[in-house]
Design a protein around this ligand. Sequence first.
Ligand code: COA
Length: 262
Amino acid sequence: MYKDIKVDVSEGIATVTLNRPDRLNAIRRETIDELEHAIRTIQSDDSIRVVIFTGAGDRAFSAGADLKGGMFSENTTAREAISIARRGQELMRLVEEFDKPTIAAVNGYAIGGGCEFALACDIVLASENAEFAQSEINLGIVPGWGGSQRLGRVTSRNRAKEFVLTGDRIKAEHAREMGLVNAVYPPEKLTDAARGLAMKLASKSPVALRLAKRLVDAAYDADLRTGLDLELQAFSLCFSTEDAREGIRAFVEKRQPKFKGR
Ligand code: COA
């Protein structure tokens, strides 16, 4: 049983909720351990097709690393800081490279590590009252869980610099204009919107989703020639799956496909 997170599974969708609302869902070491365990468990469960990450309560997705000793404090040494950053980076990488599509449903503050967590997800939906910041600069430090690297990839170099160098909080709509957020909803509609999108993704072929996700990510990690080569291989691999045969047959037969993930 988890203490810092909650995991609910229904209709092939896992919802992982950061669950320390009195600390604005700040992330401490135990939270990272629990998230890692949950992600690995979900990964090995073929019945789960999509994952939604969100925060408990109506104030925060996550206010980032726990600054009250749960992650680091004014007494943290440089040596300890390396392991804190490495641990967070590994978790974000696990989220980013997760085989199933991930949706961040950002229902309030996404600050520091909270913003970096959202950045590692495939799609970010936000409520109108959500606020985003890489606020580390205000603590005299820099982002440590990938924010300095992923932000410019989804926005632009100069926007990332403004965001990381000022540490300013921005509203959801501004984050959407920047490319950090896919869509913004009234707070009471966010859960349904995330669930609706998750259901849509859950109806696709899991194999094709996995490959499509890898390919889009590869465009940011590899040169064009390598990326196009990967696309060729993934495209041809699809034709060895039952899902591709089912998808094409269903179109011809004018019916909805039933994808099985093989
Ligand atoms: N770690 C630990 N506790 C945190 C926290 C964090 N990252 N962020 C907020 N909290 C706690 C607050 O200390 C407060 O606890 P208290 O009621 O016992 O005093 C509670 O959560 C509510 O936060 P509060 O600051 O009162 O809410 P607010 O609406 O005025 O401000 C924030 C919200 C997120 C803007 C503000 O809490 C903040 O700046 N937090 C730090 C975020 C940060 O720098 N994260 C990056 C870490 S690298």
